[in-house]
Design a protein around this ligand. Structure first.
Ligand code: PLP
Length: 474
């Protein structure tokens, strides 16, 4: 048995590896076939850390099979099934079978995306970006793209690039000289996702540089935006395509025109909303996005690939700001500006594109169109059902894949949490709360490829009724 690292090369543990891997694959197949009837372990914030996760590092290894046993019994059994089609918290996608296989391949081949030009992994990443442009109907000649670990990193990188552009407008090369020679830019948004605030914190611009101006609690206010653009030079505008609470988008066409007129950087956070472009019936959500300088999107949300997969598109005319921001300067590295190490945070990056490449290849444009249609159809039907209930009410018309609603008898965040706990205790669905227009609210974001209105809608209605009944009875 391999237990002290001294016999790592004798291959004996590969038999144990095979056994565990085959068992894992069988577990995945069986679970996936039955997923609609399986319960969901709800998120329990008060759950104690499993005792095994408090033990110290073993001096002598336990061997692969014992490690597998412990992992299965003590850890995996406690995992939350966030890949379940009725896990509706935040915007959490599932993972298609092809993408899981792609993820296996990613680990086994363990490619590093840094072999500029001649590396097949770089070519594969580029092809995936090209396919995504086709899927999203973005002008092929206008945009390039970079993979990230998710939308937060994509927002961070896009805003870092915009920061470099901002500096140039004042004659300062920020990547060379830092921020201290210029005043902070004005960044304007309507209802930005928290990852925008976080990016500004990290970038040294500060959360205070973000000015939020909304109209009717939902969208970036165009009149105030124009006034800000008239008053300030080189503004960075952050628009939503698919806001996390409401699923709504800002008026991207008008914002694009204003940004063009006043020389502002136009960034769009389309972490899940970009997928609206896959289908005729939803594409109006993202109309005008082609004018953006940078666009954030996630693969691990509506792309339905395993974590971590995000990407951002950048106008090719802005490419120099990207390489100025992320250039890696070392005597042993290539100075070629197209080198992957000059376009991203990580110098050594996992082949993040492969699971998505696999899924796009396996299901094509049609497959993704169908996935999006299923999710929107489910959300529309659920919205119609909620609209007919005595105790629940919709807070916004259903937009894209998000249903925002409330229980009429809930008047505080604490009560809302109690209701959520009762609904999740049914183990039929998992959902999260929010506050919208100062009201505690519930939100359901359909984002999983396996969602099925026929099977899942009656189950969701049952959970909402049962949870509300138990909440009122308490
Ligand atoms: C609009 C939007 N932007 C950014 C993010 C952050 O995405 P990630 O968790 O992939 O970093 C989310 C996550 O829900 C989102 O909805």
């Amino acid at each position: 048995m391999l237990n002290d690292g001294s016999n790592l090369n004798d291959f004996k543990e590969l038999d144990d590896f095979k056994e565990a891997a085959l068992e894992l694959i069988n577990h995945y197949i069986n679970e996936t076939k039955e997923i609609h009837s399986l319960p969901i372990n709800s998120l329990n914030q008060n759950q104690n850390k499993p005792s095994y996760l408090k033990t110290s590092l073993p001096k002598k290894g336990l061997g692969l099979s014992s490690a597998v046993k412990i992992f299965k019994q003590k850890v995996a059994s406690q995992f939350v099934q966030n890949y379940h089609p009725r896990f509706f918290n935040w915007v959490v996608g599932g993972r298609t079978p092809a993408s899981i296989l792609g993820d296996f391949y990613t680990s086994i081949y363990d490619q590093i995306v840094m072999l500029c030009g001649y590396g097949v992994s770089v070519n594969l990443e580029n092809q995936t970006i090209e396919w995504l442009k086709e899927l999203f109907n973005l002008p092929e000649d206008k945009f390039c793209g970079v993979f990230t670990t998710g939308a937060t990193e994509a927002n961070l990188c896009a805003l870092a690039t915009a920061r470099q552009w901002y500096g140039e407008g004042f004659g300062v090369n920020i990547s060379q000289n830092g921020l201290y020679e210029i005043c902070s830019p004005k960044i304007i948004a309507g209802l930005p996702h928290s990852s925008i605030d976080k990016s500004l914190q990290i970038l040294g611009l500060g959360r205070a540089s973000l000015i939020k101006i909304t109209h009717n609690h939902t969208k970036l206010d165009l009149v105030s935006l124009e006034k800000m653009l008239q008053a300030h030079k080189n503004v960075i505008v952050v628009a939503n395509c698919g806001e996390v609470n409401t699923g709504q988008s800002d008026d991207l066409i008008s914002i694009g025109k204003l940004c063009h007129k006043y020389n502002a950087w136009f960034h769009v956070d389309a972490a899940f909303g970009l997928f609206s472009r896959c289908d005729e019936s939803t594409k109006s959500l993202s109309e005008g996005i082609e004018q953006a300088d940078s666009i954030t999107c996630d693969g691990h949300k509506l792309g339905n690939v395993p974590y971590a997969c995000g990407f951002f598109f950048l106008k090719k005319t802005r490419y120099k700001y990207l390489t100025q921001t992320f250039s890696t300067i070392a005597p042993y590295l290539s100075e070629h500006c197209d080198h992957p190490m000059n376009t991203r945070v990580a110098n050594s990056q996992r082949l993040l594109a492969l699971p998505l490449w696999f899924s796009l290849l396996a299901y094509g444009k049609k497959g993704y169109q169908n996935m999006i249609r299923k999710q929107c159809h489910f959300s529309t039907l659920l919205g119609e059902w909620i609209d007919k209930q005595d105790n629940y009410e919709l807070l916004m018309p259903v937009s894209f894949n998000i249903v925002l609603f409330r229980h009429k008898r809930v008047s505080s965040v604490k009560e809302n949490q109690m209701l959520i706990a009762k609904i999740c205790a049914t183990k039929i669905i998992s959902l999260s709360g929010t506050v919208f227009d100062q009201k505690p609210a519930l939100r359901i974001a359909a984002a999983n490829w396996a969602i099925d209105s026929h099977d899942d809608l009656p189950a969701v209605c049952e959970a909402l009724l049962l949870g509300a009944k138990n909440f009122l009875n308490d």
